[in-house]
Design a protein. Structure first.
Length: 279
């Protein structure tokens, strides 16, 4: 719980700042690998975003808005193959329709059921991100790309994966480390293991960078106390660069999460073992 709280604080603060910092540059909102993947989908995909919130929590409301921005970027990168449906009004969604799409209700002890999730469909194939949470924001782009790739590949006639999805030596080695017996692990079980590793790695990044961020924040306070506008501007820029550097590391961790998911999904884990571990 302490690790999760720490990661939630870390991702909430840094990633919110990153979204704001990059809001004027739509193409850069997605990673290069995500854009490449979405540009090669073998079948059309529909995204249904259910947002039914009975909560005044400004953090959750802001997160829900950033999810819309991410989905719009994903749709734009799909080259016309991704349709987006925003089910975020009483007339466009209901507990029944959200539940039918596989979403998980929450806030039941405080009032009307809330839903915040995404259904990804292509033909008869569907994957659901049952409940979106701010603490998983760093992994959302990768989770969504994997789900889109999964249903599009299942529905389409092309079965070969794009170049970006082919696992490298490091990813295969990490699969052997995390899943020593891949033939007995389901996709859901593997996802849970991958997300656990993601949280662990995020916690390590947060702990390693805490001293550097604290030092940069103290420089800002010191410059404010001294009244030097030039020093204050330099201190703020330094703090931003420190935060962006740490966010970059989080993006790399999320990228590894995505590559592990796609690599595992591509392998017939129920019929044959993982590829040989690199020596």
């Amino acid at each position: 719980m302490l690790l999760l709280a720490g990661v939630s604080f870390l991702l909430g603060g840094i990633l919110a700042g990153l979204w704001f910092h990059r809001s004027s540059s739509e193409p850069e909102r997605l990673s290069a690998s995500t854009r490449s993947l979405l540009g090669q989908l073998p079948a059309s995909v529909t995204l249904r975003y259910h947002c039914r919130l009975d909560s005044p929590d400004p953090t959750l409301q802001a997160f829900a808005g950033r999810v819309v921005q991410l989905l719009q970027s994903v749709q734009a990168a799909g080259g016309g193959k991704i349709q987006l449906s925003l089910c975020d009004t009483p007339s466009s969604t209901s507990p029944a329709t959200a539940a039918a799409d596989g979403l998980r209700p929450f806030n039941l002890d405080k009032g009307e059921a809330c839903f915040l999730g995404i259904a990804v469909t292509s033909g008869s194939h569907r994957e659901t991100i049952a409940r979106l949470q701010p603490e998983w924001e760093a992994a959302l782009e990768c989770d969504l790309a994997r789900a889109i790739f999964s249903v599009a590949t299942a529905a389409g006639s092309a079965r070969s994966a794009p170049e970006v999805a082919r696992p490298g030596v490091e990813i295969i080695a990490s699969l052997h480390r995390l899943l020593p017996d891949g033939t007995t692990v389901s996709m859901a079980e593997a996802d849970a293991i991958f997300h656990s590793e993601f949280l662990k790695e995020c916690g390590e990044v947060g702990a390693a960078g805490e001293a550097e961020v604290n030092a940069a924040q103290r420089q800002v306070v010191q410059a404010q106390n001294e009244g030097s506008l030039a020093a204050l501007a330099a201190a703020r820029e330094n703090l931003l660069q420190v935060q962006l550097a740490r966010t970059g590391k989080l993006k790399e961790i999320a990228e590894r999460l995505y590559l592990r998911q796609v690599a595992f999904q591509q392998m017939p884990q129920m019929q044959s073992p993982l590829p040989a571990a690199p020596r």
